[in-house]
Ligand binder design. Structure first.
Ligand SMILES: NC(=O)c1ccc[n+]([C@@H]2O[C@H](COP(=O)([O-])OP(=O)(O)OC[C@H]3O[C@@H](n4cnc5c(N)ncnc54)[C@H](O)[C@@H]3O)[C@@H](O)[C@H]2O)c1
Ligand SMILES: [Zn+2]
Length: 670
């Protein structure tokens, strides 16, 4: 091959890998597997080694793949956040061990740790207090996500114990447990929102959100695994792990001291099986030389330490045959295709079904009838179809055509231009929608009605006793019919009727969420309720008025308008009003404490140290001030906490509006 050919080949690989890095780190939507990515990276590394003249300093082999964003303050890491060399085979580990022995002799130990599959985080503590939390970013600089990280329960904001350096960084992995992932993703499907492909993407997307109150609702966790300090009081990594645990940090209990590479290999073998029993994802094992002095001797390459390496497990994949595609209809009418597979054993369980998400996914896979497909199981309970084995495609196999009509009620499906999901529009007559809507209404996050469960709703629907949400409130007139229900005794009936009565006390925002308006999740319902105060105001609001409310976008606004223009929905609301449900937000009566802020207007934004936004609002109103809904020239003060959206800040600066802290506000009212 000529030099020009080699250079072209290297350039092409560099460009391709940069694109994959962007897809993976910035968009959180990789288009190739980690294994294939790592193989390409190794190929590039080998070429650059052989032809060093073509190695450029911004090659993906020389740099960490992530980026910083414009949404957060940029912080330079005191100690760069590096990557780890990786391998998928044992021989490379034996070679790694040989290299280390050559450099530092035989007298050393390894620490083996699980390689948590989340996103790395650097926490800085000053005088025992969490000062900053910063993402890895490009390795040199990262995003300041302190406010979001403070919502993670297992990360202490103050620590105490022995030998705590005045200033140190501690690094770890932020991740989401499977159970939380499944639950939140399910809620997203039901609200018609895009789903996350895996817990890692969900965790990474969450940490980078602008609204910390939203972050707080998505349970994240964190294992810590590196301590950095100018005056590190410990001699080994292992010792530091035990110490940080005593200071209040969460470390993994699965880490192990391994004197030889043979011990390392058996640790890897054990966890190859055992990892499927964990409540979170790992993608491999990290092997670190224990002694700090020896770590220093070994040093670093441009991108990673020479004293550590990761062994990565290949994703668990298996081939099987697609038997048929079936379709599920959810409560909002969203139709989800499901691949029914020839049962096959994968990662310890028998897999029969896999999600296909939507029509785009079927198109992406170019799925044909009877195809042999590759199925992968990550941490999720429901596995995914990764690709089709084209060599095994049957001759004359028909392409899978997405259904035109609802599998439950035969109504032609609709799909809005540009949207991924098909819907069944027959919300009044499609059984899973009718039942799903009522099940949603009674659910814990909505009206939380005790004494009635999902199965009871289904049974009452079958008996013709429930069809609309409002029918729930007339059940008390049907005691005789209720008695005829199987396994439904007098006690159950009393509980049910009491539970229903009690639900009339639920606040307006829960009722609004319970109605199941598409895209109106619990948070959106609360924002709408606060902004418009009553259902009557919401139902007559036009598009401009809706999008003027905090966090209400065009898609939500459109959906709210569609909902309220339907006369059937209006009738339903009238009945629920008659039943005595809350359709107005309960305004706390403002007891004026002073007139110090009278005539002054405020907007509160961000996350605060001492008060919640709600409390600050009460303080302002109690002193005669008024809260505005958006920044305009009329605004007197912007009360800003951590992590305020950059757009707001820019607008306030442009209009030269004074930006004050919570302390400034307290001074104003004294
Ligand atoms: N599929 C794609 O398109 C694509 C694109 C880019 C990157 N990737 C994947 O990401 C990898 C590169 O990511 P990377 O640079 O973060 O490397 P890495 O994920 O292979 O290893 C480094 C990271 O491991 C994490 N880690 C977890 N547990 C740890 C522990 N106990 N101790 C130390 N670190 C621990 C840390 O976050 C650290 O930053 C690639 O190898 C590839 O598999 C895939
Ligand atoms: Zn239908």
């Amino acid at each position: 091959m000529s030099g020009i050919d080699i250079k072209d080949q290297i350039d092409a690989l560099v460009q391709e890998l940069k694109l994959h890095n962007y897809n993976y780190y910035v968009l959180a939507m990789p288009t190739i597997s980690d294994y294939d990515f790592d193989q390409k990276l190794k190929q590039l590394e080998a070429l650059e080694k052989e032809y060093p003249a073509f190695l450029s300093s911004d090659s993906p082999t020389q740099k960490v793949g992530g980026e910083i964003t414009k949404n957060f303050t940029t912080i330079t890491h005191k100690w760069p956040m590096m990557s780890l060399g990786n391998t998928y085979n044992e021989q490379d580990l034996i070679d790694f061990d040989q290299r280390i022995k050559k450099a530092i002799g035989d007298n050393f130990e390894y620490v083996c740790e699980l390689k948590f599959d989340g996103l790395s985080m650097s926490l800085t503590y000053e005088n025992g207090k969490l000062a900053r939390a910063v993402t890895r970013g490009d390795g040199t600089k990262g995003d300041d996500v302190t406010a979001n990280v403070k919502t993670i329960r297992n990360i202490p904001t103050t620590i105490s114990g022995e030998k705590i350096p005045d200033y140190f960084d501690i690094r770890g992995e932020v991740f989401m447990h499977h159970a939380a992932f499944e639950k939140l993703n399910q809620e997203r499907i039901e609200n018609g929102e895009a789903v996350f492909a895996n817990p890692r993407n969900f965790a990474s997307g969450t940490v980078k959100m602008q609204d910390s109150a939203e972050v707080a609702k998505r349970p994240l966790d964190c294992f810590l695994y590196f301590l950095y300090s100018d005056n590190n009081p410990f001699k080994t990594h292992w010792e530091s792990l035990q110490a940080v645990k005593s200071w209040g940090f969460k470390i993994s209990e699965e880490s192990k001291l391994c004197p030889t590479i043979q011990d390392v290999l058996s640790f890897i073998k054990i966890w190859d099986e055992k990892r499927f029993g964990l409540s979170y994802d790992i993608d491999g094992i990290v092997i670190k030389v224990n002694s700090y002095a020896q770590q220093q001797e070994l040093g670093f390459t441009a991108k990673s330490p020479r004293w550590a390496i990761s062994y990565k497990y290949k994703a668990q994949e298996v081939e099987t045959v697609l038997e048929k595609v079936t379709y599920q209809v959810g409560r909002t009418g969203a139709v989800t295709p499901v691949a029914n597979l020839k049962p096959v054993l994968l990662a310890g369980t028998t897999v029969k079904r896999a999600t296909l998400h939507n029509a785009n996914e079927i198109e992406r896979l170019d799925l044909h009838e009877g195809d042999t497909v590759l199925v992968e199981k990550g941490g999720e309970i429901i596995p995914k179809v990764i690709q089709v084995n084209l060599d095994k495609r049957l001759p004359n196999a028909q392409k899978i055509a997405y259904i035109h009509d609802c599998p439950e009620c035969d109504t032609p499906l609709v799909r809005t231009e540009g949207e991924a999901v098909h819907y069944c529009p027959n919300d009044e007559g499609c059984p899973p929608q009718i039942v799903g809507r009522m099940q949603h209404f009674i659910s814990r996050k909505a009206m939380n009605i005790e004494g009635i469960g999902s199965e009871t709703v289904e049974a009452l629907y079958q008996k013709g006793l429930l069809k609309h949400i409002s029918d729930i409130y007339t059940l008390k007139n049907h005691e005789e019919d209720l008695k005829n229900l199987e396994r439904f005794g007098a006690k159950s009936i009393t509980n049910l009727i009491e539970g229903i009565e009690k639900s009339k006390q639920m606040p307006f925002e829960k009722v609004l969420f319970g109605l199941g308006i598409r895209y109106v999740g619990a948070t959106v319902a609360l924002k709408l309720a606060k902004h418009f105060k009553t259902i009557d105001h919401i139902s007559v609001a036009n598009f401009e008025e809706l999008i003027a409310a905090d966090e209400i976008g065009e898609r939500i606004a459109q959906s709210v308008i569609e909902y309220f223009t339907n006369p059937k929905h209006q009738q339903e609301i009238a009945k629920l009003k008659e039943a005595g449900l809350n359709f107005e937000i309960e305004e706390k009566e403002v007891v004026l404490q002073s007139e110090n802020l009278s005539g002054k207007t405020f907007i509160i934004s961000g996350v605060f140290e001492n008060y919640s936004r709600e409390q600050l609002k009460d303080i302002i109103e109690a002193n005669g001030g008024k809260i505005l809904s958006s920044i305009s020239a009329k605004l007197n003060y912007l009360v800003a906490g951590d992590n305020m959206g950059p757009a707001k800040l820019e607008k306030a600066n442009k209009l030269q509006i004074p930006i004050i802290t919570e302390q400034d506000l307290l001074t104003l009212i004294q």
